[in-house]
Design a protein around this ligand. Structure first.
Ligand code: PXG
Length: 292
């Protein structure tokens, strides 16, 4: 027996959770998703993830056939069905089964599934020693072509950039906007520290409004930093005192090298260490309980 999956209204074994070859999520990447974490029997910032999922769906004219409260139950029940305390949760809603044409009106029932699995944590060594980044030549999609605030199943822009990272032998890479501003990484948001100023690119430059990004901004403000959303360029990254990334999978992870240039002292700095500890503390006690 494999994992238990929520699939279109039922909890089934993973061997039964199969998507049709006519599903437009597969044929066209027509759908939306969320990546969510549970820690210690609690789902972290579940409402915020659900809100972003429903906003993404609204953005692509996709009506999710469950209320947000029902979807919250789906996430909780999927974790329960697998007896998980800590989990990586993937919630997916596709346009559903249609024909070979683009027309979404042919798809009458969205496909909804939820996977909750054990998390594959990044090696502790990455948090201790920090990441090396490159700048990817693949630019982030322009906001006037597609709003990347929509967390859609079209991830090829990010995957193309990720392939560059893999080929360069690094874990992540910076993606720039059309006009050369730093946007984000392939699956993480980016922050730079200059003195007491903690800066992250505004979402309008072409990045996802990350939920971990929001938490890092809150924790930064609490730590007495001046937190700003501001456009900046690569030179501002190279010359930062500290650089770190945020994402549901990565949490808060230090960066020590960008395009061969050493960041700060070349070791994870005190601010990222503090923010990471504050983050770990927060996730251990905050969140929607799975069992009670
Ligand atoms: N930017 C992009 C493009 C993302 O896909 C983030 C930022 C961080 O957002 P959150 O809300 O998670 O703080 C993401 C996160 C992965 C992976 O394996 C990451 C994401 C999606 C799928 C896989 O790292 N999204």
């Amino acid at each position: 027996m494999g994992l238990k999956i929520y699939f279109n209204g039922r909890i089934v074994d993973e061997s039964e959770a199969k998507v049709s070859v006519f599903d437009h999520g597969l044929l066209y990447g027509d759908g939306v998703f969320e990546g969510i974490r549970a820690y210690n029997g609690r789902v972290f910032r579940l409402r915020e993830h659900l809100q972003r999922l429903y906003n993404s769906a609204k953005g692509i004219w996709l009506k999710i056939p469950l209320s947000m409260d029902e979807m919250e139950r789906v996430v909780i029940e999927t974790c329960r069905a697998n007896n998980l305390q800590s989990a990586y949760i993937r919630l997916v809603v596709t346009r559903g089964i249609g024909d070979l044409g683009l027309d979404p009106r042919k798809c009458s029932n969205p496909t909804v599934f939820c996977i909750a699995d054990n998390i594959e944590l990044y090696p502790e060594e990455l948090y201790e020693n920090g990441l090396r980044l490159i700048t990817c030549s693949t630019r982030r999609i322009r906001g006037d072509a597609f709003d990347v605030g929509i967390k859609s199943l079209n991830y090829l822009n990010n995957i193309m950039a990720k392939i560059e990272c893999v080929q360069a032998g690094v874990a992540e890479g910076i993606m720039l906007s059309e006009d050369g501003y730093v946007a984000e990484c392939t699956g993480d948001n980016i922050f730079c520290l200059h003195g007491k100023q903690l800066v992250t690119p505004p979402v309008y430059v072409g990045n996802l409004a990350g939920i971990t990004r929001r938490v890092a901004m809150e924790l930064g403000a609490k730590a007495g930093l001046e937190v700003k959303e501001q456009l900046f360029r690569l030179i501002d990254v190279y010359c930062a005192d500290e650089v770190f990334l945020t994402g549901t999978a990565a949490e808060i992870v230090p960066v020590v090298e960008v395009d061969g240039r050493c960041i700060g002292t070349g070791k994870p700095g005190p601010v990222v260490k503090h923010l990471r500890e504050a983050f770990r503390e927060l996730v251990s006690c905050e969140g929607t309980p799975i069992y009670e």
